[in-house]
Design a protein around this ligand. Structure first.
Ligand SMILES: *Cc1c(COP(=O)(O)O)cnc(C)c1O
Length: 384
């Protein structure tokens, strides 16, 4: 998304800060993913936690993807927005009884189960309703995602999934518990993965675990390999991830039987580049050692930099033709020192009321906004 004069004229009339969504780019991204997935007959579920704005989610539903929910609230939103229940999966390391009961009532496609105790509880709650719950086992494959430690989920030390040494007990539970139907195995090893070799390593493990279950008499219908495909935060105008290359790895390295389905749960790669957070400069402080730009957006609107030192490209869109002149620390108004979007950011000389775009904010942006400091709801604008 680059900004036309028309965009910038329109921005002048909007209350800042706001998330600006480019629905044309979203559509192109979705179409590219859908086409690439279709070539290998892969199923894609959209990971709703990346962005649950109803306008965005409705577009995603319209291309025929399923939904991946990580809370009862997300299952509910998926149902409300019209995803067929048999295309909704429900993961999460701590599902409450209320959430499980709700998902059972909706007859979702499957629970991605993260512990043996959870298997027992789902079985018990399903039995009370006279139902059989479909379950996939989320396995922690101990594969390093080579991403930021705070968004790695598939190592032995992470809380997610069932570890390989617990699989015999897991298989026993599946045999013993009558109100469960085993449908397959599930993995999700982390987010913002840019080294695609990681996915080759994952495929090797998936093949091993699928064989392990098959050798014990289970039919593994679903291989769900999760999501995590990264985007290029340093080149926000590069825009559409190479879905073809990504899916090809799974096509080449997964030993898939004709009867097996391969499922993906993509979040960030689908929505990350279609948005920028637009903010206004409140003040410029020129210090002795540092210059500060103080924005009207803060960690309450975009938490990723404060939460995991995430990089977002920052542009002064009021001065597109002015050469880079100065280094600034670009900060928000919140009373926390981590409320900083970038240190030593090279920008043209910047003034009060300039508009600043923080790029690549479509994933884990608006959804993580909060009312800390009693801040207002962040605004939202869409362009076709
Ligand atoms: C967050 C999450 C995803 C999506 O991750 P992305 O990095 O946004 O693709 C997929 N599956 C599960 C279980 C998740 O928790």
């Amino acid at each position: 998304m680059s900004f036309s004069d028309k965009d910038i004229a329109q921005f002048a009339n909007l209350d800042t800060p706001f998330y600006y969504y480019d629905l044309t780019l979203l559509q192109k991204t979705l179409d590219a993913c859908a086409l690439a997935a279709k070539m290998s007959n892969f199923h894609v579920h959209y990971a709703m936690k990346a962005n649950f704005n109803p306008t965005i989610v409705s577009r995603i539903k319209a291309v025929g993807f399923g939904a991946d929910a990580v809370s009862g609230g997300e299952v509910g939103q998926a149902v409300e927005l019209g995803f067929p229940a048999n295309n909704i999966v429900f993961a999460g390391v701590g599902k409450s009884d209320k959430e499980i009961n709700y998902a059972l009532d909706q007859d979702i496609f499957c629970f991605n189960v993260e512990s043996i105790q959870e298997l027992e509880v789902i079985n018990e709650l399903a039995a009370k309703k006279g139902k059989t719950a479909s379950v996939a086992i989320r396995i922690n494959p101990n594969v390093d995602a080579h991403t930021h430690a705070n968004i790695t989920t598939g190592l032995d030390e992470n809380k997610f999934g069932i570890n390989s040494w617990d699989l015999p007990a897991c298989a026993d539970a599946l045999r013993r518990l009558p109100n469960l139907q085993f449908v397959g195995i599930h993995f999700h090893i982390g987010s913002q993965i840019t080294n695609l070799d990681v996915y080759k390593n994952l495929c090797v493990r998936v093949n091993e675990f699928a064989t392990w279950f098959e050798e014990r008499g289970f039919t593994v219908k679903v291989l769900n390999v999760g999501g995590g495909l990264g985007i290029d935060y340093h080149n926000p105008d590069q825009q559409i991830p190479d879905f073809g290359k990504y899916f090809k790895i799974f096509n080449d390295f997964l030993e898939r039987k004709p009867s097996q389905e391969v499922h993906f749960e993509l979040g960030r790669a689908l929505v990350g580049q279609c948005s920028s957070l637009i903010s206004k400069v409140l003040f410029v402080k020129n210090g002795k050692k540092k210059n500060f730009i103080i924005l009207d957006a803060g960690m309450t609107e975009l938490m990723r930099p404060a939460l995991y030192q995430a990089y977002h490209q920052i542009q002064n869109i009021s001065r597109p033709n002015t050469p880079i002149a100065l280094n600034y620390d670009v900060v928000g108004p919140i009373c926390e020192s981590t409320d900083c979007f970038g240190k030593e950011v090279e920008l043209p000389e910047t003034f009060r009321n300039d508009l600043i775009a923080i790029r690549s904010t479509g994933a884990y942006g608006e959804v993580m906004s909060s009312h800390y400091n009693l801040r207002e709801n962040v605004h939202v604008a869409f362009s076709e």
